[in-house]
Design a protein around this ligand. Structure first.
Ligand code: ADP
Ligand code: MG
Length: 249
């Protein structure tokens, strides 16, 4: 098979931002009754982005805050529909986007693990079999039975990573969370990601850790204001990006 694992062709995303800050339905009704118009400000978060990857590659996405990295991953995960362009995904995708996406704060870690597993296409039985491993990897121990709202962001990230990487995805997308947690946990994550690479899992990694990009990625795309500013070998793209950032500092 030489089908690409991921193919993003000419994808654009537009957000609409209200020009007035209206905080409630009541405020909205009053505003409209007074003859106010509800205007939007349109804004391109992604503009004709092309990215593709063969199976088993680790693709890095770098760029400043607000460049569109998370939006891109959400398009891949199917959370956001692009206004134009096409996204092709071949295989089971496990998205690790934003802390706690797909988690319910009122449920316990264990309940959230079942919930998340179901979203990712596993049966309850499969999740029961994986539970011990997931708890062990996440290092949550007895906290697995506490409500998620009592967790620190690091604990949520650890659980999210443990679940997403335990369900045997073909494609894993990771948004910044590898930066959460202590050095020991980060090393464990890096090792698991390395194991995935050997198994032919495709990985899309958003990170601000440029050292990690150099070590882990096969290819890098640099996003700037919603477009791909440069792409290629990690050492070259990271060097261009560093130069760009230094000129701005
Ligand atoms: N739901 C949304 N509605 C409106 N604007 C958004 C929304 N989500 C993100 N944005 C804006 O889109 C741009 C890209 O955001 P994002 O993809 O989160 O960037 P990054 O992950 O690279 O920091 C930013 O300017 C951000 O403020
Ligand atoms: Mg982001």
């Amino acid at each position: 098979m030489n089908m690409q694992a991921i193919k993003i062709s000419g994808v654009s995303v537009k957000y609409r931002l209200p020009k007035q800050a209206i905080r409630s339905v009541k405020e909205y009704v009053v505003y409209r009754l007074k003859g106010g118009r509800y205007d939007y400000h349109e804004f391109w978060a992604l503009k004709r982005v092309y990215i593709e990857s063969a199976r088993g590659k680790v693709i890095g996405i770098i760029g400043r805050n607000g460049a569109g990295k998370s939006t891109l991953l959400k398009v891949l995960a199917g959370v956001i529909k692009p206004i134009e362009g096409k996204v092709e995904i071949n295989g089971r995708i496990a998205p690790l986007i934003e802390l706690g996406a797909g988690f319910d704060p009122e449920l316990t870690g264990r309940e959230n693990t079942y919930l998340n597993g179901t979203i990712l296409g596993c049966t309850n039985r499969e999740m029961s079999q994986k539970m011990d491993q997931i708890v062990a990897f996440s290092e949550l121990n007895e906290f697995i039975d506490a409500p998620l709202r009592t967790y620190s962001s690091g604990m949520v990230a650890r659980l999210g990573f443990a679940i997403a990487t335990d369900i045997d995805p073909d494609i894993l997308i990771v948004d910044e969370i590898l930066g959460v947690g202590d050095a020991g946990f980060q090393a464990k994550c890096a090792k698991r990601v390395e194991g995935f690479r050997e198994k032919g899992v495709t990985i899309l990694l958003v990170t601000h850790d440029l050292g990690q990009v150099g070590k882990m990625c096969d290819y890098v795309h640099w996003l700037e204001q919603g477009t791909v500013r440069a792409h290629g070998k990690p050492s070259e793209v990271v060097a261009q990006y560093r130069k760009f950032m230094a000129e701005r500092a």
